[in-house]
Design a protein. Sequence first.
Length: 114
Amino acid sequence: MPHFVMDCSDDILKVHDEEFIIEQVFLVASATQLFDNNDIKVRLNPFKKFSVGNKREGFIHVFASIMQGRTTEQKSALSKAVVSKLVEMFPDVPNVAMNISDFDKATYCNRTML
């Protein structure tokens, strides 16, 4: 944990390759010092077919899922840092956003918890 899953238009891969994008999001998340580096997971889902406001405009949306316990200020700073980095990397992509959801500790389970 945390998970950073990026949905994006496939045209952004003409600007930077997947590995570089994933690495940059990892580095931003790591720099916040909110997470252990070994726990940060980043994935990218490029879409060939999509609609944004009934138009075909480039987009990047990061869905972050993190364990509860971070403050609103910490989560806001994380979102702003990731979006700022992506806007810097993709200045011509008009739609760049991120949201953060908290995992509930009481209902979360993974393999090592069995």
